[in-house]
Design a protein around this ligand. Structure first.
Ligand SMILES: *Cc1c(COP(=O)(O)O)cnc(C)c1O
Length: 391
């Protein structure tokens, strides 16, 4: 979770004193425009569009890529429900794919879910853990699929030296209250592709035809209002300098906690797709009951118990209901799409045996060193043979 302090107060005060809270009509001097330029530079991508949520960013990215009715979009079975809802919002359908022990989409499971109607893959970097992007991009290129990275939970995380969200064709980020950067609510679309950027911009404002958001090659189309105000821009300008220090604190705490938990009995550190740069830590147990017990400790959480992120609880998606029966993308699909819980037993098994260990970026290192010892002792106590040995 991001920190908010004096910097945000002064940044917001400047915008409030100026009095014009709409981003348009200010040119490059606006707070939101300034944020987009600075964020693009920091992420090393060509274009950033700020929108009002991470969900909006995912939807705008799919709309920009021209995804729509009849299309299938591959989504992992472990993510926030927005990743599965975004394809529905543009008229396409989500097709669920199992995760592997890295807690991200399993490249080996992707290919089995590809049909002649698959158009896109949405790899999700959960819990600051990067996906195996080399494998995902390879599959996407071979099958001609668009890649929309959901980096909502991983702003600032890198994969092989590149920030996640800038590796696929488009990336989506969230600035809601729980994320690595926050404006309370907010999101961003990232891309290197000029045409995708123009289309995302157009989709984010119904007033696209009066704001110069069209290009000569790209005729205007009807759109949504996903805009942000200058207050969001002001918050994000204040948040941006906090991102690199946050990643540094997470990396140091990861090293400390991972060393303490390495080789602990009954569990192992989950495989990570870029272990040298890790800023997120999870451990996987052989037995679900050991993970459940470990998850009861403060600062630890078994992933199956974070029920909102588990596909089996996405009632709206599993029931395939829409706000109006004739606006239901499942009726426009080229085949019957089934979301069966039993098809993803593997995802549920992994989530039932995996615990996230909070890295406590806000706490001093000695506190985290103490916590690491507490966790290590708790694992030792549950190990078979421990009670006999101390008796
Ligand atoms: C937070 C989140 C979103 C959506 O973000 P909002 O800003 O809340 O709309 C999407 N995907 C994932 C994985 C998230 O964690």
């Amino acid at each position: 979770m991001a920190k908010v302090g004096l910097r945000e107060f002064t940044s917001l005060a400047r915008v409030l004193a100026d009095g014009r809270l709409l981003r348009y009509g200010k040119g490059a001097r606006g707070a939101t425009a300034a944020f987009e330029t600075a964020f693009a530079a920091q992420m090393g991508c060509a274009h950033v569009l700020t929108v009002n949520s991470g969900t909006s960013a995912l939807i705008a990215a799919l709309a920009a890529a021209g995804i729509g009715p009849g299309d299938e979009v591959l989504v992992p079975a472990y993510t926030w429900v927005s990743t599965a809802i975004a394809p529905l919002a543009v008229g396409a359908v989500p097709v669920l794919v199992d995760i592997d022990e890295s807690l991200t989409i399993d490249p080996a499971a992707i290919e089995a879910r590809i049909t002649p109607w698959t158009r896109a893959i949405m790899p999700v970097h959960m819990l600051n853990l990067p996906c195996d992007m080399a494998a995902v991009m390879d599959i996407a290129r071979r099958h001609g699929l668009v890649v929309v990275e959901d980096a909502c939970q991983a702003i600032g995380v890198t994969y092989r030296g590149r920030p996640v969200g800038t590796i696929g064709d488009l990336g989506a980020m969230s600035f809601n209250h729980h994320k690595n950067m926050t404006a309370g609510e907010g999101g961003a679309v990232l891309t290197d592709d000029e045409r995708l950027f123009v289309r995302a911009q157009m989709y984010h404002d119904p007033g696209n035809f009066i704001r110069g958001l069209k290009s000569s090659e790209e005729p205007v189309f009807s759109a949504m209002n996903l805009r942000v105000s200058e207050l969001t821009g002001a918050m994000l300008n204040a948040q941006l300098p906090r991102l690199a220090p946050l990643m540094k604190r997470l990396r140091r705490r990861h090293g400390l906690m991972a060393r303490a938990l390495e080789g602990a009995p009954g569990c192992r550190i989950s495989p990570h797709n870029d272990a040298d740069a890790a800023v997120g830590l999870t451990v996987i147990f052989d037995r679900a009951e050991d993970a459940r017990a470990f998850g009861d400790i403060a600062g630890v959480e078994r992933l199956l118990d974070t029920d909102r992120h588990v596909f089996a609880n996405w009632e709206a998606v599993l029931s395939k209901r829409a706000h109006h029966p004739r606006m239901n993308p499942y009726a426009w699909a080229n085949r019957e799409i089934e979301h069966r819980v039993e098809d993803h037993a593997r995802t549920l098994d992994i989530l039932g045996r995996t615990c996230r260990v909070a890295l406590g970026a806000q706490y001093p290192l000695p506190v985290m060193a103490y916590r690491a010892r507490v966790l290590r002792r708790a694992l030792a106590r549950r190990a078979p043979g421990y009670h006999e040995a101390v008796a």
